[in-house]
Design a protein around this ligand. Structure first.
Ligand code: NDP
Length: 335
């Protein structure tokens, strides 16, 4: 048996602990008995850093449901054993969402246990670095693009706005929309990233301050579609400026969780306000999204978006992603 396929006695994990006053993240070596329940034992090679992971590792409330916990909402690796018989040893798998890194130990560890129905097989011709460069952020962007298309937003219908454009979801949404033939306008607080955003396929770059503030329930029609990662006033403004029978795929809350608006765009313009939840996305849709990601977001495109960092660097990166200072996607090499 290849040593990579042997089950080790211990594994390294980034654990988050909470005591009366503080929450702290620490690398530890643990016995296998510390792993959660689940039929499939996976040797994790890569994870990624998402906004939610930044919250978890920094000890912000609302993500980790118990302590100690291993964060990391994404992982990619190789199956070591599967008591359900679904997977063979050596199968390469991807896991995003389903509560890992929130309610159950996640990807910031050399080993993970999971249910077989949570896993997606690594698409042919791709590797674990690619999968984690996509990660929850890219998967969410794919779900957002699919939702817009299913609503009837077509290339040629006009500009599609992407907010939080230089972030993980935003960057991958731009690349996916451009690959599908849409004209993309990127809204960013980092206009110095113009070259990067144009390189991904954005035709127009606007500063986040340029987005019209919401003054009336309906503004002049501009966007054929919107992928929003920011929420709050940004989403309210984009919604009021969406064209008749256009749609918004609502993904995130990087700028705020409120949504103060009216029903008018819904009932007078037929605008679609579409919710995106990557965590509980049903399995057939997951597989369809990953197959299309493999087709439309090749490693060569993702390389310009991706930085690879080590597991020990995650604690210092966590506050940076919360401060909006991390560009694109960060892959975490856990080996
Ligand atoms: P990132 O931190 O990589 O990107 C967020 C981007 O939002 C930043 O890069 C920045 O873009 C912009 N931004 C940050 N702070 C503000 C602010 N105060 N006001 C306006 N814009 C701001 O995070 P992700 O891309 O990983 O996630 C983005 C959002 O989507 C998060 O809220 C996350 O929780 C959510 N999400 C939801 C998922 C779902 O299933 N629904 C799955 C994945 C993520 P710029 O510098 O270009 O302005």
């Amino acid at each position: 048996m290849n040593s990579q396929n042997e089950v080790p006695e211990t594994f390294r994990a980034l654990r988050v602990f909470k005591d009366a006053e503080t929450v702290r993240a620490e690398l530890q070596t643990l016995p296998l008995s510390e792993l959660p329940d689940g039929d499939v034992l996976i040797r994790v090679s890569h994870s990624s850093l998402n906004y939610k992971d930044g919250l978890a590792v920094s000890g912000q409330p609302g993500v980790l449901r118990r302590y100690p916990m291993t964060p990391g909402i994404d992982l990619a690796g190789t199956v070591l054993t599967d008591d359900s018989g679904t997977y063979d040893a050596g199968d390469r798998v991807i896991l995003t969402g389903w509560g890992i890194g929130e309610r159950q130990d996640g990807g910031y560890a050399e080993l993970a246990r999971a249910r077989p129905e949570w896993l997606v097989r690594q698409p042919g011709g791709t590797d674990a670095t690619w999968a984690m460069s996509v990660g929850t952020a890219g998967f969410t962007a794919m779900l957002a693009v699919m939702a817009l298309e299913e609503y009837g937003v077509e290339p040629g219908a006009g500009e599609v706005l992407v907010t939080g454009a230089a972030g993980g979801v935003g960057s991958t949404a731009i690349a996916l929309l451009a690959a599908a033939g849409f004209t993309v306008t990127a809204s960013t607080g980092r206009t110095e990233e113009e070259t990067y955003l144009r390189g991904l396929g954005a035709s127009n770059i606007i500063s986040r301050d340029e987005l019209p503030a919401l003054t009336r329930p309906m503004e002049k029609e501009r966007w054929a579609g919107v992928v929003d990662t920011v929420g709050g006033a940004t989403l309210a403004g984009a919604y009021a400026s969406t064209r008749s029978h256009g749609a918004l795929a609502v993904c995130g809350l990087a700028g705020g969780s409120d949504l103060n608006t009216s029903v008018f765009p819904l009932i007078l313009r037929g605008v679609g306000l579409l919710g995106i939840d990557s965590v509980t996305c049903p399995q057939p849709r997951r597989e369809a999204a990953w197959a299309r990601l493999a087709r439309d977001l090749p490693a060569s495109t993702l390389e310009q978006v991706t930085t690879v960092r080590g597991l020990s660097e995650v604690p210092e990166l966590a506050p940076q992603i919360l401060a909006g200072q991390v560009r694109g996607r960060t892959v975490v090499d856990v080996r």
